[in-house]
Design a protein around this ligand. Structure first.
Ligand SMILES: Cc1cc2nc3c(=O)[nH]c(=O)nc-3n(C[C@H](O)[C@H](O)[C@H](O)COP(=O)(O)OP(=O)(O)OC[C@H]3O[C@@H](n4cnc5c(N)ncnc54)[C@H](O)[C@@H]3O)c2cc1C
Length: 452
């Protein structure tokens, strides 16, 4: 069969993209390497859309949870992943957990029932020179193709490991203790040109006792271990886990990522013993990145240990840190707003390889890539999802709003949404409800437009 679009990768993103195109009548070729005797080190079987680890698509609460809202939005667009998840659902409280075999079988059955879709079990080793293509080969893209993607995008733009530093919601930092300033009070000209006052960092000060106690907890805190096939993970300069750096000596951190020089604490007029600097991570200014604090500490330990940092005692984290094998692009620089490779616009990327993180996020980006491609094939204008929706917030983050130089995989979270400004601060959980209701209100007309 000749085809309108070639989708490479039959995981969460590729199958959703294939569904969105196939059900609209476009001819799709879906290439999946599993089934040829080859698998990534994380996949166990040959079924499409295999859940490689947990069987949970996380919270299904669309009133107070950002991923639950993403479920709602995907259901509104007849997502195959959500349809299969609803069919395969097993009891798990407010979480959407599934029987992974029923889930995968449902997806494969629905796709192979489409007369205009060809599922080919093959490993694709090159990026096609022509023809609309969606690359959805995931965090463990086969090496040969990854090499070609690296050659097409530039070696610095394709990562093979992530080094995820935690991100905090700016509004949860205690600014009675932390303060905003740049080192030596030198606001970079580039950021002043962007309208900043130059006080770009949030600085959290530590005295000696606090620093030593913090270092001790970094060293003794419980860590996750690398999977067997990740065990030889190389640490690149600047990507070393914070606890590994702490091991090197008592003062290594305060001469490195926690150095206090040039940072006068306004409460004392002096440099603290050590400082944790947080850097703005999105254009909205709602998220701040603990640059350099990538870690293998377990999630609960991270929350406990990082809340020891003065100013972060009540911090809430939009993302916690990690280090994994993970193939992903520097999407904010490489992709346009429609997920197309700027240098080869016939190629779209979708799923985790774009730098989103998680089953649901990967599927949602696959869904967007599928609908965008369908619009292109039909000669229709694409309309971006409103940024107040989970789909719009995630897409905007990936395709330009995230800081490119610290770009690391990101889950959907309310920090990616334009803040709601009211005279009186709305308290949680009412605040989350305001976000989800705004999103649902803005989603409906967009869905009507995009599916008309
Ligand atoms: C070990 C591990 C555990 C994870 N655990 C979770 C979790 O518990 N919860 C969560 O939400 N997220 C988890 N993730 C993150 C992520 O959301 C999932 O990996 C998700 O499956 C990504 O979806 P995707 O479609 O982008 O990639 P995938 O689902 O991996 O799909 C990519 C597909 O492309 C195929 N492929 C690769 N290269 C080629 C090629 N050259 N030619 C043809 N086919 C190819 C692969 O076989 C695969 O089927 C985990 C990731 C990893 C690596």
């Amino acid at each position: 069969m000749t085809y309108d679009v070639h989708i490479i990768g039959g995981g969460l993103a590729g199958t959703e993209a294939a569904w969105q195109l196939g059900k609209r009548g476009f001819k799709v070729r879906l290439s999946e390497m599993r089934g040829t005797g080859e698998r990534s080190p994380a996949h166990q079987g040959d079924g499409l859309a295999e859940l490689v680890c947990s069987n949970s698509l996380r919270s299904d609460d669309d009133t107070a949870n950002a991923v639950g809202l993403l479920h709602y939005e995907m259901r509104a667009l007849d997502s195959l992943i959500m349809r299969a998840a609803d069919k395969a659902r097993v009891p798990a409280g407010s979480a959407l957990a599934v029987d992974r075999d029923v889930f995968s079988d449902t997806i494969e059955a629905e796709l192979t029932a489409l007369p205009n879709l060809t599922l080919t079990r093959e490993r694709v080793d090159t990026l096609p020179d022509t023809g609309l293509t969606i690359v959805a080969t995931g965090p463990l893209t086969a090496a040969s193709l990854a090499e070609k993607i690296g050659a097409a995008t530039g070696a610095d733009s394709l990562a093979f490991f992530d080094a995820i530093a935690p991100i905090v919601y700016a509004e949860t930092v205690n600014m009675d203790i932390a303060w905003r300033a740049a080192r030596w009070d030198k606001g970079a000209e580039a950021s002043i040109a962007l309208g900043s006052d130059g006080k770009d960092y949030i600085n959290c000060p530590m005295n000696k006792a606090q620093y030593l106690a913090f270092r001790e907890e970094l060293l003794s805190g419980e860590k996750t271990v690398f999977k067997e096939w990740e065990a030889n993970t190389p640490y690149f300069d600047g990507c070393m886990p914070i606890e590994v750096m702490a091991e090197r000596g008592e003062d290594t951190l305060r001469f490195g990522p926690m150095k206090p020089v040039g940072l006068d604490d306004p409460r004392t007029g002096r440099w603290p013993y050590a400082v944790v600097q947080l850097r703005q991570d999105n254009k909205l200014g709602t998220l701040f990145n603990m640059v350099g604090f990538q870690t293998k500490l377990k999630y609960a330990e991270q929350t406990r240990v990082f809340r020891m940092i003065p100013g972060l005692e009540n911090a809430e984290f939009a993302r916690l840190g990690g280090l994994h094998r993970n193939t992903f692009l520097n999407s904010p620089t490489l992709l346009d707003r429609q997920l197309r490779l700027k240098s080869s616009p016939h190629i779209r990327f979708a799923g985790q390889i774009t730098g989103c993180e998680g089953y649901v996020e990967s599927a949602s980006v696959g869904m967007l890539a599928g609908i965008m491609t369908a619009c292109e094939l039909a000669g229709r204008d694409w309309a971006e999802p409103p940024r107040t929706t989970a789909l719009g917030a995630l897409l905007a983050h990936i395709t330009g709003d995230a800081e490119a130089d610290t770009y690391q995989p990101m889950n959907i979270n309310f920090g990616l949404f334009p803040p709601i400004v009211t005279e009186k601060k709305i308290k949680k959980p009412a605040r989350k409800l305001v976000y989800t209701e705004r999103a649902k209100g803005d989603l409906a007309p967009w869905v009507a437009q995009i599916t008309a």
